[in-house]
Design a binder for this molecule. Sequence first.
Ligand code: IPD
Length: 264
Amino acid sequence: MFDPRPLVDIASAIGREAGALVQRMRASAVVSFDTKSTSTDVVTAADRASEQLVRTRLSELRPGEPVLGEEEGGSVVEGLTWVVDPIDGTVNYLYGIPWYSVSIAAQLDGESVAGAVFEPATGRMWTAARGHGSFLDGSPLRVSTTTDLSLSLLGYGFAYRPERRQRQADAWARMAARVRDLRRAGAASLDLCSVAAGRLDAYTEHGLGRWDWAAGGLIAAEAGAVVRLPGSSPELGEDATFAAAPGIADAMHSALVESGYGKV
Ligand code: IPD
């Protein structure tokens, strides 16, 4: 039977090495940067160098296996694909907010089986293998036991396009009256890990790349979260990612739909 745990060890080791590079480069990398989909969607030299390093190490340790990365692209194939976000939370990185990660997942036929999310600024490592639970620095993770939507903490994110952002903000304003509070932390992989650890009761965002959710989504699911990936929840929007503690997942989903979030 296929055991994904050795893939977690590889993802963790490479993530740690890439994370060290990202930290070493920070002072020089934030001086100048390029933009991608909009003027607020940034990429630094460290994003590119980190992806290069991950690709090189994967080609040494897992020769011939395809890689999909945020900066250099690629595609998901039948069989095994590595999915890499070389810096998730690049805007936080740029501003010196220590909430960014290197995220590496292995997907089998497009589904995550192993994942590692490394926080370069703190040295914390989040991991999961399908069927084997999820961990923060080796300690098992479990989602929150909350059952009351009005006492739930909801993480969220914004799209890059200003018009969509405005519609999302309107929906978040409606949600604010229905939950304990909202958090926009700025790194999707770590938002998903936060649901795994019970630091958030739920998290949702539209328009994530596969590299944003591939490792974190598995870490949340293995900690007991209800996870819906893009394409699986049309009521929330075709490109919605959603993760929630089971005790509030249905209520949160309904509240989001009622807030108009699915039509932004
Ligand atoms: C971004 C972060 C952010 C989310 C954006 C992502 P990047 O990833 O995860 O929290 O709101 O949608 O693109 O570009 O920093 O890898």
